[in-house]
Design a protein around this ligand. Structure first.
Ligand code: C2O
Ligand code: CU
Length: 486
C-alpha cells in the first residue's frame, strides 16, 4: 500500500456495505427456528469437553450450500456454557484443528493462567493436544468464550460461544440468546479465505462480513407468549463490525452491560449500538396481541433490515405469569469490588492511538526498531499505541496490586475502536474532558475518532492482562498492549 491509497475514501468499506445490503435484501434466507443447545460430554474427571473441529453449517437453509466453519463440538456458535456464580468451571479444550488454538473467557475476572492468551498467558494448544481450563466465575452475567490465537482468522471462521454465569437464585424468567455475527463468504457460500489477512481491511474498519447471522442462522424466529417477560442476552461476536439493533413494537428494559448489572432503565439512544465483544442484557415485555409478528432489525445508517423476528403464540399460555408491562424490574446484585476502587488516587497512563488509513502515522516502533509507513504496511503493523506497533515485550504499565489505574485514551485515527481489557472491568470515568460516574462497569468500550476517553479500574488481579482493540484485525495490526499487575 502506498501513501496515496491511504487517502482513498474508504472504497472498500462502502462496497462491503452495499454487498451486505444486497445479500440481506435478496431473499436468500430460509428462516429456521433457532436452536443452539449443543450437547457437551463430561469426562469422568469432571471436565466438560470442547473439541475445536471443522464443521459444515448451513447458512442458507437445508437446500443451500454448506459452509465449512471452525466450531466447538460441531455446533456453530459453540455450545452455550451455563455455570453458577462461584462454581468451579472445568473445561478441557481438545484441538482437532490443524492450527494451534486457545480459549479466552471474555470478561471473566479469572486467574491469569486461565486467561487463554496465546503467547502471553499460555502456549497455544497444538493440533492433537489438549488444555485444561479450571476457574471460578465470580460474577453472574452474560459472557462469551472465543479463540485467542490468530483470532483474525479463527474468530472469522467461527470459534466462539456464549458463556452464561447464572445468579445464585434460579430465576423463572425465560431467556433468549442473540449471538450476532457477520461472515464474509464468497459466491459459492464458503468462507472467503482470500480476504483473510488482507492488510487493506486491517488498515480500515477490519474485515467486515457480507451475511449476518443470529445464533448461526439467518432470520431466526423467536416465540413469545403474550404477557410474558423474557430476558434477552445479546452479544456481538463479529470480528470488526459495530452492530446496531432495534426492536420494533417493544420497549425493553436494559439491566446489564458486559455482564454487569446496571440500575434497570428504558433504553438510551446508544444502548443497542454494540461494538465487537460487547454485551447487553434486556428484559422485554411481550405486550403485543396473540399471533403478532414483530421484527428485530439491524440498523444500517437510515435503513432498518429485518434480521430476526418475534412470533407471538396464538393464545396466552396458562403458565405465564403475565406481569403488568410497566413494572420496572429489580436490580440484580453487583459483585464488582467498589471498596478499594479510588479514581481520584489513580495512576494515570496516556494511550495515544495512531495509524490506519486516512491517519497520520508516519512511523512506529517494532522490536525496538523504528519503521516508516511503507515498512509497517509490509510488516502488517498499521496501528500503534504510543508509537509502538503491537510489541508485547514490555507492558503499557506495571502496577502494584491494589492500585487504581486510569488510562487516558486519545483516538487520533479515522476509525472507531472497541477497547477491551482482560481480567477485570473498568469504568468509563471521562469522555472528551467531561468526567462522570454512571455506575456502569464495562470490559469493552467504543472509542470514536477524535475522542478522548478515560477508563479507570482497580488492578486487584495479579498477572499479565491484555489490553487491545476488539476489532480483531486492528489488534492483529498493532492495537495491542498489556498491563502487568504485580
Ligand atoms: Cu474477547 Cu482479548 O478478547
Ligand atoms: Cu480498532
Amino acid at each position: 500500500m502506498t501513501k496515496s491509497t491511504r487517502d482513498d475514501p474508504e472504497n472498500r468499506i462502502q462496497l462491503n456495505r452495499r454487498h451486505f445490503l444486497a445479500v440481506a435484501g435478496a431473499g436468500l434466507f430460509t428462516p429456521t427456528l433457532t436452536a443452539i443447545a449443543g450437547s457437551v460430554e463430561k469426562n469422568n474427571d469432571g471436565f466438560f469437553i470442547l473439541r475445536a473441529q471443522k464443521f459444515d453449517t448451513k447458512f442458507f437453509g437445508d437446500k443451500g450450500p454448506a459452509t465449512q466453519v471452525w466450531s466447538y463440538n460441531q455446533t456453530s456458535p459453540g455450545p452455550v456454557i451455563k455455570v453458577k456464580q462461584g462454581e468451579k468451571v472445568k473445561i478441557r479444550l481438545i484441538n482437532e484443528l490443524d492450527q494451534p488454538t486457545t480459549i479466552h473467557w471474555h470478561g471473566i475476572r479469572i486467574d491469569n493462567k486461565m486467561d487463554g492468551v496465546a503467547g502471553l498467558t499460555q502456549e497455544a494448544v497444538k493440533p492433537g493436544e489438549s488444555f485444561d481450563y479450571e476457574f471460578i466465575a465470580p460474577d453472574a452475567g452474560t459472557y462469551w468464550y472465543h479463540t485467542h490465537n490468530r483470532s483474525w482468522e479463527q474468530l472469522a471462521r467461527g470459534l466462539y460461544g456464549m458463556l452464561i454465569v447464572e445468579e445464585p437464585e434460579a430465576s423463572p424468567t425465560r431467556e433468549i440468546n442473540l449471538i450476532l455475527d457477520d461472515w464474509r463468504l464468497d459466491e459459492s457460500g464458503r468462507i472467503d479465505e482470500k480476504s483473510l489477512g488482507e492488510v487493506h481491511d486491517w488498515a480500515h474498519a477490519g474485515r467486515l462480513g457480507n451475511i449476518l447471522t443470529i445464533n448461526g442462522t439467518q432470520k431466526p424466529r423467536f416465540k413469545l407468549i403474550p404477557g410474558e417477560r423474557v430476558r434477552l442476552r445479546i452479544v456481538n461476536v463479529a470480528n470488526s463490525r459495530i452492530m446496531e439493533i432495534k426492536f420494533a413494537d417493544h420497549d425493553p428494559w436494559i439491566i446489564a452491560k458486559d455482564g454487569h448489572p446496571i440500575t434497570p432503565r428504558k433504553l438510551n439512544k446508544d444502548d443497542l449500538l454494540l461494538g465487537p465483544a460487547q454485551r447487553v442484557d434486556l428484559l422485554l415485555d411481550a405486550t403485543q396481541k396473540p399471533g403478532t409478528k414483530s421484527p428485530i432489525q439491524f440498523v444500517d445508517q437510515e435503513q432498518k433490515i429485518e434480521i430476526a423476528s418475534f412470533e407471538y403464540a396464538q393464545g396466552p399460555d396458562n403458565g405465564s405469569s403475565q406481569p403488568p408491562a410497566s413494572t420496572p424490574p429489580k436490580s440484580l446484585p453487583i459483585t464488582m469490588p467498589h471498596d478499594k476502587f479510588a479514581p481520584l488516587d489513580a495512576k494515570a497512563v496516556p494511550l495515544v492511538m495512531i495509524g490506519g488509513a486516512m491517519g497520520s502515522m508516519e512511523k512506529a516502533m517494532i522490536g525496538g526498531k523504528m519503521l516508516d509507513w511503507r515498512q509497517l504496511v509490509k510488516a502488517k503493523r498499521v496501528w500503534a499505541f504510543n508509537g509502538i506497533a503491537g510489541d508485547l515485550d514490555k507492558p503499557l504499565i506495571r502496577v502494584k496490586r491494589g492500585q487504581t489505574v486510569r488510562i487516558d485514551i486519545i483516538n487520533d485515527t479515522s476509525f472507531a475502536h472497541a477497547m477491551h481489557l482482560h481480567g477485570t472491568h473498568f469504568k468509563v470515568v471521562a469522555r472528551n474532558n467531561m468526567s462522570f460516574n454512571n455506575g456502569e462497569w464495562r470490559d469493552t468500550e467504543l472509542v470514536f475518532p477524535d475522542e478522548k476517553v478515560s477508563f479507570a479500574f482497580l488492578a486487584d488481579n495479579p498477572g499479565k492482562w491484555l489490553f487491545h482493540c476488539h476489532m480483531i484485525e486492528h489488534q492483529a495490526g498493532g492495537m495491542v498492549t498489556w498491563i502487568d499487575v504485580v
